[in-house]
Design a protein around this ligand. Structure first.
Ligand code: PA5
Length: 492
């Protein structure tokens, strides 16, 4: 316990050694709104009024010194990020993005969202990867999962396109839209991504035909580069409202730019609170050691100890797309140069009935990070039943969430017993504020983690390989040599 640090916070009534007395810590009323501390061996990393990181069931799998070794590199990683001297330093715009977003900027986004909401009963968000997953993650985490079926007009139906090339998907989408007053948000940083461009061409044409050119101009919005790319050219030529994706923010780090903020505002959610949560977390992460560096350090220590796969786990179906967003963030950032923790994800308890066996007893190369929501937003009790035919009266009067929490605890205990290190991130509630915190926490930890892994976390050279082949196979102008080479290879 020699490495206690208070990170420059004022904790007037405690010496460093007092910090290990959890009782006192819990009773302590901080003078500032938050209190952070670090202990490489201790159990819980807490920021008050914020998400919580529990590490004890992961660090217990590490032998003496393994975590210290990684932690020793944290200050250098933090410094390189803050001083912008790390590899990929031209893509660090996300780091101080939350604190730099102004109320005026948010008002501009809200005004655009209001126009779309006024003129559309359906909004199609066209984008892929970083230009899609963050918005979907937040919208699905916060939304009523059945609202789109009731379709009572309170909020527009938000649909997603441009994230696949499924002909049936696009056909069925276009068919559905025939009877809808729809608008489109076309999101692409490069402005040239094939999946998104294909979908947008179809949607633009249909929107113009259905709603007329003039209305289409009002209900089509572009989120793209300031100057380059086909999406910019089209937006400027057609006179669409447009928002800029900053050059120094990579796709997977862009959810707090208009890429995520505009669709989230269109869906009716509070982007002020989302940004506030992220900004508060940004401040927490400015110290040398913090909640994000702890997550980064522990997962790297586990990786070095042979745990090559991290499984992100939720116990709320609403968090499915948060898993998907996280997979891209960590997969694209860390999987390169022949190294990288493989990011996998499951939805529990659903996937306990499919992947549970593997996780419990398969190759012991995995660790898991559970994202747990402390307080459900609604209350539902199990009713008693006189006949008790299903034998469930032992649950009568209990909340559904209590059963879910016991499923979570039981699963975590079983997995730890089965040799799976377990980290836990606790969100007090599923709302915009805590999701903002979670997003920035994961982004910041990802930057640190990539540097601890000794890779450039901000590039993605590998994603070009399939595109080159696809363009060559489709005969895109400029790819003639590649086309010939592939033809010869396939004829062998
Ligand atoms: O994170 C990334 O850079 C990628 O996943 C991109 O977001 C994705 O390929 C979409 O690119 P674009 O926004 O240029 O259409």
């Amino acid at each position: 316990l020699s490495k206690a640090r208070t990170q420059g916070r004022t904790i007037p009534t405690f010496s460093a050694s007092d910090l290990w007395d959890f009782e006192q810590l819990l009773n302590f009323e901080p003078t500032s709104s938050t209190l952070t501390y670090i202990n490489n061996n201790f159990t819980t990393y807490t920021i008050m009024n914020a998400i919580r990181l529990e590490l004890d069931n992961a660090t217990s799998f590490l032998v003496n010194g393994e975590l210290d070794e990684v932690n020793a590199n944290v200050p250098a990683a933090q410094k390189a990020l803050e001083a912008q001297t790390c590899p990929g330093n031209d893509f660090l715009g996300w780091m101080h993005l939350p604190s730099s977003i102004t109320p005026d900027f948010l008002s501009e986004i809200k005004a655009c969202a209001a126009t779309l909401r006024e003129h559309c009963d359906t909004i199609v968000v066209a984008g892929i990867g970083g230009s899609y997953l963050g918005a979907r993650a937040v919208i699905e985490a916060l939304g009523n999962q059945f609202e789109w079926l009731t379709n009572d007009g309170t909020n527009p139906v938000i649909l997603f396109a441009g994230n696949n090339i499924g002909e049936d998907y696009l056909f069925e989408l276009c068919e559905y839209l025939r009877h809808r007053k729809f608008g489109v948000i076309n999101i692409s940083k490069s402005g040239t991504t094939t999946e998104t461009a294909l979908a947008f061409r179809l949607l633009k044409k249909q929107c113009e035909e259905q709603r007329g050119k003039e209305t289409a101009r009002k209900v089509i919005v572009a989120v793209t580069d300031a100057k380059k790319g086909a999406a910019r050219t089209t937006a400027d030529k057609e006179g669409y409202t447009s928002f800029i994706i900053p050059d120094n923010v990579g796709g997977r780090f862009s959810v707090l730019t208009p890429v995520g903020l505009l669709p989230i505002a269109c869906a009716g959610f509070d982007i002020d609170a989302l940004v506030k949560g992220a900004a508060d977390m940004e401040r927490e992460c400015s110290t040398e050691y913090n909640i994000a560096t702890q997550y980064a350090a522990v997962r790297n220590a586990l990786y070095r100890a042979g745990k090559k796969i991290e499984i992100l786990v939720n116990f709320q179906p609403k968090l499915h797309y948060m898993n998907e967003w996280w997979k891209q963030l960590y997969g694209e950032s860390e999987g390169k140069d022949g190294v990288g923790i493989f990011p996998a994800a499951v939805d529990f308890t659903t996937d306990l009935h499919s992947m549970g066996q593997w996780i419990q007893e398969g190759e012991r190369t995995i660790f898991e990070t559970v994202v747990s929501v402390e307080e459900a937003n609604h209350t539902l009790h199990f009713p008693a039943d006189e006949e008790n035919l299903d034998g469930l009266n032992f649950l009568a009067g209990k909340r559904v969430d209590e059963v879910n929490k016991m499923a979570e605890l039981g699963t975590r205990l079983a997995h730890v017993d089965g040799g799976v290190p377990n980290l836990r991130i606790v969100l007090p509630q599923l709302n915009e504020y805590y999701l903002g915190q979670l997003i920035y926490f994961f982004e910041r930890a990802c930057g640190v983690s990539g540097l601890l892994l000794d890779v450039n976390p901000f590039n993605q050279p590998g994603v070009e390989a399939y595109k080159k082949n696809m363009f060559a196979l489709l005969g895109k102008p400029g790819y003639e040599a590649e086309t010939e080479a592939l033809k010869a290879r396939l004829a062998e």
